[in-house]
Ligand binder design. Structure first.
Ligand SMILES: NC(=O)c1ccc[n+]([C@@H]2O[C@H](COP(=O)([O-])OP(=O)(O)OC[C@H]3O[C@@H](n4cnc5c(N)ncnc54)[C@H](O)[C@@H]3O)[C@@H](O)[C@H]2O)c1
Length: 374
């Protein structure tokens, strides 16, 4: 199989989809790896390191797409990349299609098979390829929130941990999954008062044990949220329903309950956002204000720390990449059934039910378009 690694072109994205270690594993199994020149530079990986492990470099994305059959990415393809996809391609990357009918339609029209990292799901309903980036984004969420609470940056001017004689800030985290837990650990480390909201009681039990009394867990009803909003200095939104558009957990009408210049960080923005007033921002221009509340809604938060994120991501994706290269999509699904719900678009059809629902497009089961068993 010819495996292609184009340079990421989303704004402020510095990650790359494969490391030299990944090239080595692929080449040793008889595959060819084609890396766009400079693809690793943002993650401090020069071309020579790829070449030393057996990759070839090509000057631009068009040449990589032309030669490769399996295209590895990090963020969702941008319009100029969609234009390069053909029916024989398999695209393996984050897609976040449920809130994006235009991209979904564009990918379907290419005829390519598009496998989303974020909907690859194991036997225990965990998301092994979302988790490493959620760990990073959760940690950044608290850091970014603390930063934008500083007065010169438009915040309330409160220090998360307080000082002796002055109370700590209150951090409210809605969604206690991988992002929420990691955000909470950093907030606990910064000595804030931390409250984690979730609707899954078993998950709240696990968090309670993990926190060992250093943070509180709360069942996430509308009333409980409204009772906490007037106290919160920083609110982190981290809810997810697998593959689906994020539900709104804070409406515009509820912003009036919050303190002036409090900060909202919407980590779920890649799935459309969990605050009604959220819209995607970039690392270059990360915040805006609505009704006196600062909003931070960067859709590729881990892209800010590529030296950590590239390696964390590729450690997780490599076994799946090797399976896709060796067996194609159908063989890979037989070898690693976690990949089956990863197939979002194939043969012009939407093959993930939550993506179909989110985009308003028809749903076609994967087994209707690929030779895999139901
Ligand atoms: N912006 C970024 O750069 C970035 C990076 C990584 C992950 N993310 C996103 O962060 C979000 C969370 O990811 P995760 O890995 O933590 O997911 P997860 O599945 O581990 O956790 C989500 C949690 O949300 C809870 N939940 C669902 N609906 C809820 C509701 N209405 N109220 C309260 N809790 C609710 C679930 O019970 C679950 O515990 C996803 O949308 C993911 O794509 C964004």
């Amino acid at each position: 199989m010819k495996v292609g690694i184009p340079t990421e072109i989303k704004t402020d994205e510095y990650r790359v989809a494969l490391t030299p270690a990944g090239v080595r594993e692929l080449v040793e199994r008889g595959h060819e790896v084609i890396v766009q020149a400079g693809a690793g530079v943002g993650s401090t990986i020069p071309d020579e390191e790829y070449v030393a492990q057996g990759a070839r470099t090509l000057p631009d994305a068009a040449a990589v797409f032309e030669e490769a059959e399996l295209i590895l990415g990090v963020k969702e393809p941008q319009p100029e990349e969609v234009a390069l996809l053909r029916p024989h391609h398999t695209l393996f990357t984050y897609l976040h299609l449920a809130p994006d009918p235009e991209l979904t339609r564009g990918l379907a029209e290419t005829g390519a098979t598009c496998v989303a990292y974020e909907t690859v799901e194991d036997d225990h309903h965990r998301l092994p390829l979302l988790a490493p980036m959620s760990e990073v984004a959760g940690k950044i969420a608290t850091q970014a929130g603390a930063f934008f609470l500083e007065r010169p940056l438009g915040g309330r001017g409160v220090l998360l941990g307080g000082v002796p004689g002055v109370a700590a800030a209150t951090v409210m985290i809605i969604g206690g999954g991988v992002v929420g837990q990691n955000a909470a650990f950093i907030a606990i480390g910064m000595e804030a008062d931390v409250f984690v909201f979730d609707r899954n009681i078993d998950r709240l039990r696990e968090l309670d044990v993990a926190f060992g009394g250093r943070a509180s867990t709360v069942y996430s009803s509308t009333l409980a949220i409204e009772e906490m909003l007037p106290r919160a200095d920083l609110v982190i939104g981290a809810v997810l329903i697998h593959g689906a558009r994020a539900p709104f957990v804070i409406r515009r009408s509820q912003l009036g309950l919050m303190k002036e210049r409090a900060v909202l960080v919407d980590v779920s923005i890649d799935q459309g956002g969990c605050f009604e007033t959220s819209h995607p921002t970039t690392h270059s221009d990360p915040v805006y204000e609505v009704d006196g509340v600062t909003h931070y809604c960067v859709a590729n938060m881990p892209g800010a720390v590529p030296v950590t994120s590239t390696f964390a991501l590729t450690n997780a994706t490599l076994p799946y990449v090797l399976a896709l290269a060796s067996g194609g999509v159908e063989g890979a699904i037989r070898e690693l059934p976690d990949l089956r719900p990863g197939v979002n678009v194939a043969d012009g059809k939407v093959t993930h039910p939550a993506v179909a629902e989110g985009t308003g497009m028809d749903y076609t089961p994967v087994e209707d378009v690929l030779s895999v068993t139901a």
